[in-house]
Design a protein around this ligand. Structure first.
Ligand SMILES: [Zn+2]
Length: 270
């Protein structure tokens, strides 16, 4: 039996289209779908979150809400496997023409599914907690510490527990732009609850902010906020504990650390 990767190796874009046509239901395969326009997602529903663009000629698609409200993208094999719930092995058997395997398509529920989850505060909270837990604590010499040291010469400060480092995909308009080392900053409310995360994408090599450019040449911000699970009024990224009840407020990590070095203030950033 041929491996899936061998089977599809020499496929033309039209063959990928044919695969998708074979397995996805007719109601999804509209003219809009084939023209690469936004429409409902075969996996999670909605109105206009899904695009089949076949842009690498591998049955490529993207859904802007598929992954607990986050974008998900893949090739035609992944689309078919997720939709039919076939295993890799089952799909491989089918495409080898060995035997037909009964498939259980997911019910598509327009306007339901993940979108609801993506908008509700509990789901947002789960999402930011998951992102925070997936990031690593800072250690001397890591990419985040090198970045801060490069921005604030001579920096000596307590290791910030409100900052972590992760490798994160950068999405823009439903397109994956790249993957960057990312400083994840925990934005907490006065009562200590985490409300959201700030993210700073870094250059993968040098200790600088990432230069991020979209496929259409648009320059994109290296600093972004995650969705807010709670109203953020009164909150801050607490870089250091207060000293004698006093905490300084700065805008941006770099300014906060520069002020700490100049004035010895303990700082949070907003
Ligand atoms: Zn979806």
């Amino acid at each position: 039996m041929k491996e899936l990767s061998d089977i599809v190796k020499s496929w033309t874009p039209a063959q990928w289209d044919a695969l998708v046509r074979q397995y996805l239901p007719a109601e999804v395969l509209t003219d809009r779908f084939w023209r690469g326009r936004s429409g409902p997602c075969p996996l999670c529903g909605g109105h206009d979150r899904f695009t089949y663009d076949n842009k690498r000629g591998r049955g490529d698609w993207v859904c802007r809400k598929c992954n607990d409200g986050s974008p998900k993208a893949g090739d035609g094999l992944e689309l078919v496997r997720c939709y039919t719930r076939m295993t890799y092995w089952q799909l491989q058997s089918e495409l080898n023409g060995e035997r037909a395997v009964p498939v259980t398509p997911r019910p598509v529920q327009p306007n339901q599914g993940r979108r609801r989850g993506g908008d509700d505060p509990a789901a947002k909270m789960r999402r930011i907690i998951k992102r925070w837990n997936a990031a690593a604590e800072l250690v001397p010499g890591d990419h985040a510490m090198r970045y801060l040291a490069a921005r604030v010469p001579g920096l000596r400060a307590p290791r910030p527990t409100a900052l972590r480092l992760a490798s994160q995909d950068y999405w823009h308009d439903g397109q994956l732009v790249g993957r960057y080392p990312t400083i994840v900053a925990q934005f907490t409310l006065p009562d200590g609850r985490m409300a959201t995360l700030h993210r700073t994408s870094l250059d993968p090599v040098s200790p600088a902010k990432a230069m991020i450019v979209s496929a259409d040449g648009e320059s994109l911000p290296a600093k972004r906020n995650e969705v807010s699970a709670l109203p953020i009024a009164g909150g801050a990224v607490r870089l250091m504990p207060p000293r004698a009840g006093e905490v300084g407020i700065a805008e941006g990590l770099e300014n906060a650390y520069a002020a700490y070095m100049l004035f010895g203030l303990r700082l949070g950033i907003v």
